[in-house]
Design a binder for this molecule. Structure first.
Ligand SMILES: [Zn+2]
Length: 140
């Protein structure tokens, strides 16, 4: 009976275009949202950076609240207050990372990771060789 189980991948042909980077991939490399592994990693990396920024912001707000709002006697347990801020930083960063990643998965915007083909693509060195090239920015 197990061989009769329907896999969602069976509905697709062998090669499918990733909705994020628009590159053809084997269906085995894509997840249910048709994101390839590189695009998933890029989204996780971006969410991690944003999460740490949110965690730092939360820790700063908490430190200001403790300093000006609570105004504790820091001579008693200074490591307790420092640990409170560090825990807020870490947990805030982790929770915010999951929220940012969940939002990006939910929004599922198309072709966000897509790059136009580089002008020297005819030399054989395309974006497929693992090294992405970016065009130099114009100065105005
Ligand atoms: Zn992709």
């Amino acid at each position: 009976m197990a061989q009769d189980a329907v896999n969602w991948r069976d509905r697709f042909p062998g090669e499918v275009t990733c909705v994020r980077c628009l590159r053809k991939r084997s269906i085995e490399e894509l997840d249910r949202l048709l994101w390839c592994e590189e695009c998933q990693a890029a989204a996780k990396r971006r969410a991690t950076i944003r999460g740490w920024m949110a965690g730092v912001a939360l820790a700063v707000v908490l430190a200001l609240y403790i300093w000006f709002g609570i105004q504790p006697d820091f001579s008693l347990i200074p490591t307790g207050w420092a640990a409170t801020i560090l825990v807020a930083l870490y947990l805030g960063a982790r929770v915010a990372r999951e929220l940012f990643l969940g939002w990006e998965r939910l929004a599922n915007r198309r072709a966000v990771e897509a790059r136009p083909p580089s002008p020297d693509a005819d030399s054989g060195a395309g974006p497929e060789d693992g090294k992405e090239r970016r065009r130099p920015r114009r100065r105005d």
